[in-house]
Ligand binder design. Sequence first.
Ligand code: SAM
Length: 341
Amino acid sequence: MGFFEFRDTIQENDTVIIYISNDDLFPITVKKGEVKQTKFGAIKHNEIIGKKFGSRYDCARGYVFLLFPNPEIWTLALPHRTQILYTPDISRIVFELGLSNGKVVCESGTGSGSLSHALTRGIYPAGHLHTVEFHEERSKKARQEFEDHGLSKNITVYHRDVCAEGWPAEVDHKADAVFLDIPAPYKAIEHVKRALKLEGGEFCNFSPCIEQVQETCVKLREKGFTNIKTIECINSQTTVKTSHFPMPDFGVDYKDLEAAGVMPTNCEKIGTYVKRLEKGAKPKTRNLKEEDEKAENAVEKEELKLSECNFVVKSALAKRSQYGHTGYLTFARLPPRDESL
Ligand code: SAM
């Protein structure tokens, strides 16, 4: 199958993502006669051949959805062989590296291939990803997976140590961008420079520890990289809070309005409301008794007069938490250079 060429109908040998819930999804390779057991019951491969991607499949005790894979879904469903990069970091990497169709990218290590799929989509269909992994078994698994996903013409996996050897000599000065996710990136910067085009290119490094970042930045500066910046993509929780404030002064005597039973309750509506009153519109009479009860609940049972608490504001508070920490992304640019000098 072509991972980046959407097809409507499921065929034998396709990779299908079985979606049970947002955090329970896994891939299967469709093979005639095979059966996959899930917590909802069996999925018979024969029965899904010919079904549409995106359709629902009923098992004995529940149902699943049959999804066409893309890099984001793959990242959530892939078999983990290592720690992997997730979509918040990946999207920033793809953006900062300026990927587009036809570009050449170098990566190390390949790991579980989570990032590799997104990098390849960024340069698809004419581009190429050269990815280096020094764990032999992992490099074989990744190669097989890329082949199963119809990506072997766009990805080459090399089994070697990037710090010792870098990328193969035929890649020298071919790369538009290089990405590293290895324990000692500063040991590979010389090879990164060799891989990047003489016209220059973009670099990104992912490191979980700030000490690795510092050492890498020192090396990057030493090797002539510029525009060095380090960022951290952190998930933050947003809490929406409703607060009640005194009514702003719009030049109207709110006490009179309240006495007349015509208090507006929503600050967004106040401006229009006041304008309508100024133009001579008749104030709308409302059931203040009922609203009083509602307002009382809304202000958490505090005894406040409507005129004192009628200005309602919803605010979003972003709470920074350390739970989102995966690592630091360091970006740098190698300016054009003349290696003959
Ligand atoms: N970015 C990958 C992903 O999203 O799936 C995960 C990479 S994983 C954290 C790091 C990988 O780098 C491991 O598979 C490890 O074997 C490999 N590695 C570590 N040092 C290396 C080196 N010097 N040369 C090549 N690969 C290396």
